[in-house]
Each structure stands twice: as C-alpha cells, then as structure tokens.
Design a protein around this ligand. Structure first.
Ligand code: NAD
Length: 310
C-alpha cells in the first residue's frame, strides 16, 4: 500500500508509520508539528510539514495514495474545554478537508482515529459500539462529529471508511506535557523519581489502557480488512483497571513505593470505562497481546526517559 498518515509525527502516528515501513508499505506523513516530533520516524518515511486543513497541500500529497490514516488532531480533553473552537476547527474542519481532498484526488479508503472518550458515563460496561455516545467535553464531541463526517462524505463520494474508537493508549515515547499529562507516563515518572502521585476522585474510576503495539495492529488491520466500510470499532485491551490498581501495577513493575496523595475534591472523570472488543476481534482479527503489567514493563525497558531512572 501507499499510505498517508495525518498526524504521523505524533505518538500513535510514529509507531504506525514505522510499523508500516517494516511491513514494506510506502508511507507519507503530514504533520504541522504542533505536538509531534519527526525525529523518530524511519528514514524511509516521506515527511511533510503542514496543516491538515491546507487542501492544496493535501492534493499534492494524496497523489497515488491507496489509504489515509487520519490521526491529526488536538488531543487533550481538559484543553478542549478551554479552547472548543480550536478543537472544532482542527478535529472537525481538518477531517472535512481531508475527505474533500480525498474526493478530489480519488483516494479510496480512510481509517479515522476516533476515541473511547465519546462514550462518557454509561449505564453498563463494557461499552459496545451500539451504545449511545454521551460526550463530556468538546474533544469527544469533535470525535463524534468527525465520525459522522467521514461516514456521510464517504458514502456520498464513494470512499470506504472505518472509525476506530481507541481507548487509553500508552507506550514508549508518549509525550509528557507539563500540564494535562496522560496518567501512565506521569505516574511512572513520579514513582521513579520519588515525586507525588496525585489521585483525583476516589481512585476507583476505571479505564481501559491499551498498549501502543496493539493499537497499531488494529490500525493496520483496519486498512486491509475486507468488510469494514462505515463501521465503528472499539480498540481497547478489554481489561478494566482502576487508577488505584494502576498505581499498584507500577509499584510492582518498578519495585518502588508510590508516594500517593489523594485529591478527592478534584473530578476524576467518568466512573468506569472499558471496551467490549468483540467486534474488533470479528472484523479485524484483533486480539490484544500485551496486558497492563507486561505493557508497563515494556514501557520501563524501551522508553529512555524511564530506563535511565530504573
Ligand atoms: P499526538 O498529539 O501525539 O498526535 C497528534 C498529531 O497531530 C501531532 O503530531 C500533532 O502535531 C498533529 N497535528 C495536530 N494538529 C494538526 C494539524 N492541524 N495539521 C497537521 N497535524 C496536526 O496524539 P496521539 O495520542 O498520537 O493521537 C493520535 C490520534 O489518535 C488523535 O486523532 C487522537 O484523537 C486519537 N486517539 C488517541 C488516543 C490516545 O490514548 N493516545 C486515544 C483515542 C484516540
């Protein structure tokens, strides 16, 4: 395949680009580097710096492409509450631009990176794709809108479309921004450096943490699978882990004691969230290979930021 990955210099995009090159595919990346870093991309990846809303640029870069992985997005839930317009512009407007440009150039398939956060609080767990989304923040709204645009425009323009609702991805090189950092790299660093691990809410809230290699397996399968047009597919580990349990896993893997501070007054987010991955298994042959403790071990071994603190 000849593929374009938008947002391909980011955490998931880089892992995907490098895997596709290893598998023998030709890979182009478009990323504005607002969050990404192209330095870890395999040398055979053709990197282009640019904005996903720049259609003339898309026309050039989409030439001869078989499949687009649309990953470019603003990705912070708390930030989206402060800047909803920005999230709408990039995540929704960017998706519409990509679909329009794909129509203009004649590209036939797109895989959209959507998110498990669209489910919000649900009466039952694990969550199935048929559940009604219950978004709590502009980020989740932007992902639902992107799904609708991709499916609707795809049908109108004759483009095959599939949306993967990715749950909490983690793994080596995940960015650790100074504010709103993802919980796994943040807690790992705090435990390794003897800093405080701050738990919001009661710590019993659960999440589905899915290792990056498993996410990449699902993305690659979605580009090749025969029977996925207009499907929404959950991509998680299927394993429900509370924030307190996560801390214990990190303690075991690092063989250090966490210095836990409880901040019960701060909202800890939805009470439970775990993916039903039956459909991913059926449609993509997806079976997660890395459970939480194995994933944390890999993170500790493979991420230089943590390896040197062991
Ligand atoms: P990331 O921030 O590392 O990657 C996003 C990339 O998009 C960055 O490299 C950024 O520079 C680029 N980008 C942002 N705005 C752009 C624009 N206007 N034009 C071009 N490039 C732009 O985040 P990630 O974790 O790798 O997420 C990738 C995708 O997967 C996103 O769509 C995200 O919503 C989705 N997702 C991620 C997770 C997760 O747990 N990491 C979970 C669910 C869904």
């Amino acid at each position: 395949m000849r593929v374009l990955i938008t947002g391909g210099a980011g955490f998931i995009g880089t892992a995907l680009a490098n895997r596709l090159v290893e598998l023998g595919h030709q890979v182009r990346v478009l990323d504005d580097l607002s969050a990404g870093d192209p330095s870890r991309l395999h040398q055979d990846v053709l990197f282009n710096r640019g904005d996903v809303r720049d259609r003339p640029k898309l026309w050039t870069i989409l030439h001869n492409i078989d499949c687009v992985f649309h990953l470019a997005a603003r990705v912070s839930v708390p930030e989206s509450i402060l800047y909803p317009r920005e999230y709408n512009d990039v995540n929704v407007g960017g998706t519409v631009s990509v679909m329009e440009a794909m129509r203009d150039v004649g590209v036939k398939r797109v895989v959209l990176a959507s998110s498990g956060t669209v489910y919000g609080e649900q009466p039952a767990q694990p969550v199935k794709e048929s559940f009604r989304p219950n978004p709590r923040a502009p980020y989740a709204v932007s992902k639902i809108a992107a799904e609708y645009y991709v499916f609707t425009l795809g049908q109108l323009y004759g483009i095959e479309t599939v949306a993967l609702r990715i749950f909490n991805a983690y793994g080596p090189y995940q960015p650790l921004p100074p504010s709103h950092a993802p919980v796994i790299p943040l807690f790992m660093r705090q435990v390794l450096t003897g800093g405080s691990v701050v738990i919001f809410g009661d710590g019993r809230q659960t999440r589905d943490f899915v290792y990056i290699d498993d996410v990449v397996d699902a993305l690659v399968a979605a580009a090749l699978a025969p029977d996925v047009d207009r499907q929404i597919i959950n991509v998680g580990s299927g394993q429900e882990v509370s924030v307190r349990e996560l801390v214990r896993h990190i303690e075991r893997v690092t063989r250090r004691k966490a210095n836990v501070i409880e901040n019960a007054g701060q909202d800890g987010g939805v009470s439970r969230l775990v993916a039903d991955i039956t459909l991913a298994h059926q449609k993509l042959g997806f079976t997660p290979k890395v459970d939480i403790e194995a994933g944390l071990r890999l993170l500790l071994e493979l991420d230089p930021r943590f390896r040197q603190l062991r």
